[in-house]
Design a protein around this ligand. Sequence first.
Ligand code: FES
Length: 160
Amino acid sequence: MISGELKEKLLKEILEAETPNEKAVDVMYELQKVYGWITDEAMSEASELLGMTLTELDELATFYNFLFREPVGKYVIHVCDSVVCWMNGYEVLLDHLKGRLGIGIGETTSDGLFTLLPVCCIGYCDRAPAMLINRRVHGNLTPEKIDTIIDQIRAKEQES
Ligand code: FES
């Protein structure tokens, strides 16, 4: 269950919007930050806050790339799967990521750290091939650069 403080903040934002629907994605995103993904409980809370049906919210949640209806790792890697990245080494990059993490697309590492997902063009074509990790862009990727990024994240996680 979300805190009273967060509930109050979200209700205020919903009331300030022209219609509750325009805040639906924002509300679900905030709930996802609390639960780690859009659990059924989060969905019910969003439904109650927004006055929208579970079906309406489920349609939105399954449409947006950054809302997750299933558990994901602490770090979600969205690999750009569009034409400019295809022309700039996407396949090598993806194979390297899969091998390095030991998972395929749509899977999460056994330590729960990384989930690998495809995404359409993320607007960084000038830095292709590119990917996002927790919505932060990484571009001009090479296998070496990917190793460095993964190593840095694992080191940070071991420290904490
Ligand atoms: S095609 Fe990959 S960032 Fe645009």
